[in-house]
Design a protein around this ligand. Sequence first.
Ligand code: HEM
Length: 156
Amino acid sequence: MKQIIHRIAAITATMCITTFFLSSIAVELFGSYESIALVKSLIVMPGVFILIPAMAITGATGAALSKNRRGPLVANKKKRMPFVAANGILILLPCAIFLDRWAAAGSFDSMFYMVQGLELLAGATNLTLMGLNIRDGLKMTGKLRAKPQANLTRSN
Ligand code: HEM
């Protein structure tokens, strides 16, 4: 059960960040100022309100699942999670709130695009770390094959 909840929460969180990332790039390249403002507001509500619980559930269920697990895969997942959380709370969340406010006020100046750039960079970083956590999770559950270990025993 915990594994299923972990999987659903992890995929939901990853899909949220992917959607925020791709929709921001698409609307800023091809959309009007009104559509940029709409996307920026949807990212905050309901976007962030789906992402934050999904991320918290991913971390909590991951911690519970890893209680009796040892090894580099779980250790690496544990190391990545604080970066994902800090990046989300300290960079992505404030960026999303400011970009929404500025876009609603029609203020598309250089500050808007600098913060947008920062948000995309932080989003790409989190997507990379979450992708690595998905890969290692799938290796742990045997759905993805782990690299074969070097054979250290001699067979002569
Ligand atoms: C954003 C962060 C994370 C993502 C995207 C993620 C993703 C995944 C995925 C896709 C699986 C495979 C599930 C399945 O095959 O059913 C998995 C398994 C697992 N994850 Fe995570 N995970 C994350 C964070 C964590 C953290 C922080 C821990 C704690 C160290 C953790 C511990 C585990 C464990 C132990 C498994 C294996 C479960 C089992 O054998 O039953 N995960 N994870």
